[in-house]
Design a protein around this ligand. Structure first.
Ligand SMILES: [Zn+2]
Length: 219
């Protein structure tokens, strides 16, 4: 792409200059500029790992990297909307105010910032974090930071004049405190040793056997 491929529009999307037509995702860009007066650049791409998470409907919201808690906080997934239609802007609209990076289900990623480099680096950070998260999934183990660790990071972020967005809630970021009793969906989890599991299965088989025996005896 060269400089003269760029198209300039106003905030209503009317073309002001350029020999090409604006992107079919113009409405998404305009929505972000309208909702976030602090934003001067929007970056939209389809990086493979983060887009994989988007297509799996998985948010990047676990406290596994200190750097991410400090920078983007959490990266939510917006529900699917047909590209280039109001469905897509409706899907991301509720998230634009609170986050600086959004996964778009079955599509890609959008990030934004005060200038072009911040928006671009947020896209890079999102893909990097998705890759690290994927590696922890492949290794079969994720060690989450605790709520206390996250609080310390957030205090540091405030001290260094951190980001405008990136709110924290019980689901963002998910810490080790939350994961001990529940997963991201809030479902309860328990951990059993192999022996405990085997004895539970044995017990169930025994019960079923004696039930069948009683049934046969009656017959
Ligand atoms: Zn796209």
């Amino acid at each position: 792409m060269a400089a003269d491929d760029l198209v300039i529009t106003d905030l209503e999307g009317n073309k002001l200059s350029g020999r090409r037509n604006p992107s079919s995702e113009l409405a998404m860009h305009l929505l972000i500029y309208r909702r976030r007066p602090d934003i001067n650049a929007v970056c939209h791409a389809h990086p493979p790992v983060a887009t994989g998470y988007a297509s799996a409907g998985l948010a990047l919201n676990k406290a596994i990297l200190a750097e991410l808690v400090l920078s983007l906080g959490c990266i939510p997934v917006a529900r699917y909307g047909t590209p280039g239609t109001p469905e897509l802007t409706d899907a991301i609209e509720p998230l634009v105010q609170s986050y600086d990076a959004i996964l778009m289900a079955n599509h890609g990623v959008v990030t934004y910032g005060a200038d072009l480099l911040s928006a671009f680096f947020r896209m890079e950070t999102t893909e990097h974090f998705a890759l690290v998260a994927l590696v922890t999934e492949l290794l079969g183990k994720q060690v989450l930071l605790s709520g206390g660790d996250v609080e310390k990071l957030l205090a540091a972020r405030a001290r260094y004049g951190g980001q405008t967005a990136a709110p924290t809630t019980s689901e963002c970021p998910v810490t080790s405190d939350a994961s001990e009793t529940s997963d991201a969906s809030g479902a309860e989890r328990i951990t059993l040793t192999r022996r405990e599991l085997e004895s539970l299965i044995d017990e169930a088989i025994q019960k079923e056997r004696s039930r069948l025996q009683r049934f046969c005896n009656l017959d």
